[in-house]
Structures are given as structure tokens and as C-alpha cells.
Design a protein around this ligand. Sequence first.
Ligand code: FAD
Ligand code: UDP
Length: 372
Amino acid sequence: MKRICIVGAGFSGAVIARRLSECGYKCLVIDEREHPAGNCHTERDAESGVMVHKYGPHIFHTNDERVWNYINRFGEMMPYVNRVKATVKGQVYSMPINLHTINQFFGKCMSPAEAKAFIESQARMDITDPQTFEEQALRFVGDNIYQGFFAGYTRKQWGVDPSQLPASILKRLPLRFNYEDNYFNHPYQGMPRNGYTAIVENILGHENIELRLDCKYEDLTEEFEHIFYSGPLDRYFNYDLGRLGYRTLDFEPVHAEGDFQGTAVMNYPDSEIPFTRIAEHKHFAPWESDSFAKTIAFREYSRSCGPDDIPYYPIRLVAETELLEKYQTRAKQEKNVTFVGRLGTYQYLDMDVTIGRALDVAEAYLQMLINE
Ligand code: FAD
Ligand code: UDP
């Protein structure tokens, strides 16, 4: 049997390679970058010593016990709870929208029941089946909170009016009528003590896996039994039908002494501010943050992704959905290739979902081999 090729050394590729290699299959994992871990890559900043998430902040959270056990097998996860703040018109609020945010924003001191009734009085109850981001916001929080916290941020993040975006983007965020300010609802949450790259390296650390970095799929000449492809779907087909739309991010570093903003993530929803948020990475590692005299933070700017940029967020507007379907049809016709992951399936996938799906894809492939 020829080797199995896995394109991309992010979580998708690494998890599939590990499962197959443990079953005795020889795998070649390639990545065009000079490091594994894909967009979850972490490295120490030379100046401050802080562990930096090079392609944007990554917080691990899941309700999938299988995935939580899996990641803990390959590295130590430290306790971490994501508590996000937002600066709106010169005031600092707590995110996601909770009782503290509501009371502070409206200058009140309401109980949970009072706040619920108050927000319902602001909400557009006539919108019965919200389809767009804007409708979802107006239906559940009303125009004041929508304008304050969501409209500007979302326009900056996605480059289009929220009335053109699907409601699903906002559904990612909870709305709470108590003082719970954990950004996520999931029971398991944490940060890897030694960064994500160490975890992915451990996943890839198996005698049946060869990891080849600085290697583009397009340059491979060997023959393979099967290919798992976690690169961009449209790139696989040479962008024949056109490019799927992505947002890319620019990270502007800020070097400072001590503590820059006192928290890991500060959002900036105001339209007049060009960036969406500032992430100060030492605060993602509370167990070691006090040991650094210096700090590093990144202002995050979102813009349309050009041919030479890194694709971050799939946009999935109507035009993209139609193009996606055409590419998906071609992908299905491709023999011995399975498209996986965030780029290969053109979907916004969190790390836990990525790992869960990769485990399922590997299992399905093994099952297929047994049935053959
Ligand atoms: P990737 O990590 O993108 O890996 C794909 C790899 O394939 C890349 O390394 C790339 O170089 C390589 N590649 C592509 N094409 C080729 C080719 N032709 N030849 C060779 N190599 C190729 N998830 C969370 O759970 N929590 C978070 O807080 C979180 N924050 C995020 C913040 C941002 C800004 C973004 C964009 C995503 C965030 N995510 C978060 C999602 C997370 O990044 C993904 O779940 C994860 O990266 C998906 O892994 P993957 O292996 O599918 O893709
Ligand atoms: N969002 C917003 N204001 C905020 C935070 C989030 O409008 O202060 C919107 C924005 O459109 C974003 C979406 O809610 O894309 C989902 O937020 P999340 O924090 O999940 O975004 P991510 O971390 O994926 O960028």
C-alpha cells in the first residue's frame, strides 16, 4: 500500500494522521509553512518572552468530552476562562451582553427579571423568524444595544452591512440576564501550558508519520493511496471557477512595559476606531503572566482577503454559497481525495469541532478500508 498524504499540519491534518498512523498506515503530512499547527500556531515573542498566538488569539472550549480528553492526551491544559471587555463611546463594558452590561449601558440597577422585561420592551418582537444578523440583533437585544455593541464591530469585521450577513454569526454569542461573564457556555475551557504548537507536534509525533514543512501540495510528485486535503477548496481546483470570499486579518503589534490593557481581549465596536479588538497575549497565560516585565498586544484589523493574503474567515454570503456548491460538486467527483477542515470545507470551525470532525473522518476512512 502506498503512503497516505495529508495536506496541512493544522489540527485537521495532525489528528487524521495520528489516527491512521496508530492503525499502522504510513502518512506524509505536508505544510507550506515552516511550522506545524496551522492557524493555531504559537511561539514565544523574542522581546517579551510572552507566548504569542501568531494568527490571532485561540481559546480552547468545548462541550465534547471526547475532544477534551483527546487534547489533554497531548499536552497540559491550564485553567483559563475567557472574559472579554468592550470599549464603547469611552466606557468599558463586559461582554458577552450580560446583566452588568445592560445595567451599565442603560444606567440602571435592574434585577434579572426586570432586565429581561426591559430588553423585551426594546426588542423587535414583530421579527418572528430572524434570518439576518441585523434581524437577530434587533429581535433579541433591540436597536440600542445593537448599535452600541454589534453594528460597528460587525461592519468592520465582515466589511458588509449586518443586514447582508446570516443570523448564525450572532447566534455564536450568548445573551445573559445574570452577571456571568464567561464568554463561552461550554463546560470545558483552557489554554495549553506550552502553546498549541507543542500539542500539535505531540499529535504528529508517531513513527508512522513523516512531517515535511515548507512543502506545497502543488510541488508533490509522489503517488499516494489517499489524500486528505485541509487547504483551501478553491485553491485545490486552481481557482478555476473563481475565488471563494474570505476575510483576512492584519495584526499591528504594540510593545510596552508591564501591563498594557489589564486584560486579554478588549473589543472596540465603535465605527470611528479602525480596528476591531486588541489582544494582549500574556493574559492568555495567567499562570505565568506576572513573570514578564514586558508585554505585547496586537490591534486586529479585518479586510477583504487578496490572492497573497492568509484566508481567515470564510464569508459565505449568497454569492459564495453558489460558488461553494459548484466546488463541492467537483470535490465529490475527485477520486481518493477527502476535503477536510476550515479551508477544505470552507466553514468557520472552532478547534474542538475541527478535532471532532477529523476523528470522525479518520474513522470513516478506516471503516471504508475494512469494508473493501
Ligand atoms: P488550519 O489551521 O488553517 O491549517 C491548514 C494548514 O494547511 C495551514 O497550516 C496551511 O499552511 C496548510 N496549507 C493550505 N494549503 C496548502 C497547500 N496547498 N500546500 C501545503 N500546505 C497547505 N477556534 C477556537 O476553538 N477558539 C478560538 O478562540 C479561535 N479563534 C480563532 C481566531 C481567528 C482569528 C481565526 C481565524 C480562527 C479561530 N479559531 C478558533 C478557529 C481555528 O483557527 C480553527 O478551528 C483551526 O485552525 C482549524 O484547523 P485546520 O487544520 O482545519 O486549518
Ligand atoms: N461581535 C460584535 N461585537 C463584539 C463581539 C462580536 O458585533 O463585541 C459580532 C461580530 O460580528 C463577530 C460575531 O459577533 O463576528 C461573533 O463573535 P465572536 O467573538 O465569536 O467572533 P470571533 O472570535 O470568531 O472573531
